[in-house]
Design a protein around this ligand. Structure first.
Ligand SMILES: [Zn+2]
Length: 207
């Protein structure tokens, strides 16, 4: 099947989002573990509390009041929520693009596998969604972009841009190159990495 540049660009952005989501998942797991520890500490405090036989010391001396206030005063699971929302939205998106899709395995992998079968216009829409979600996740987690430069600053055949981006995830034969110089909303300048690689000087092919 001949793939449209929209398909290549969607695949590149899906890989890139995958790297951001994997990082987010690690952070979310650490956050959830910390929250469990905190809750266990709070509940231990509640269990060990006994009514005072003397005069009330007020809220400042009340372990229950201070424990409950601490536990409820700050959102502790923001990254966990961000991750679960992202995954849930990916499943929803897959269902919109393919109503026959079954929820099995990982959402982004299932979505990425469907990309070659999408209409080019749908793949183009998907690029925008993936890029937006990728930026949201990276803004929250502080993870910088994972794009690599194409070796030798290979110039884009369509516009001459020399800052082409490579999404290096998964097997090398599936890597994708895209060009940030293409006009937004137009047809992207994007190719499968193996197509680009054969045109590079030999030294660049090892990437
Ligand atoms: Zn270009």
């Amino acid at each position: 099947m001949t793939l449209h540049p929209h398909h290549h660009a969607a695949t590149a952005h899906a890989w890139h989002l995958g790297l951001a989501l994997a990082h987010l998942e690690q952070l979310a797991q650490a956050e959830a573990a910390a929250a469990r520890t905190e809750w266990a500490t709070v509940h231990d405090g509640v269990r060990s509390w006994q009514p005072s036989t003397g005069r009330s010391q007020g809220a400042h001396g009340d372990p229950v009041a201070s424990a409950v206030t601490t536990a409820g005063s700050r959102p502790r699971l923001g990254l966990t929520l961000l991750h679960s929302n992202a995954v849930e939205t990916l499943w929803w998106l897959l269902g919109q693009l393919d109503p026959t899709a079954v929820r099995r395995g990982r959402a982004l992998e299932a979505l990425t596998a469907r990309i070659p079968r999408l209409q080019p216009s749908a793949a183009g829409e998907l690029v925008r969604w993936l890029a937006e979600r990728d930026q949201v996740v990276r803004d929250r987690t502080g993870r910088p972009a994972d794009w690599r430069r194409v070796p030798h600053d290979w110039p884009c055949p369509a516009c001459g841009e020399r800052l082409l981006r490579l999404a290096p995830a998964g097997p090398e034969e599936t890597w994708v190159v895209w060009c940030p110089g293409a006009a937004a909303g137009g047809v992207p300048h994007a190719w499968a990495w193996p197509e680009v690689r054969v045109g590079l000087p030999v030294a660049g092919r090892a990437a």
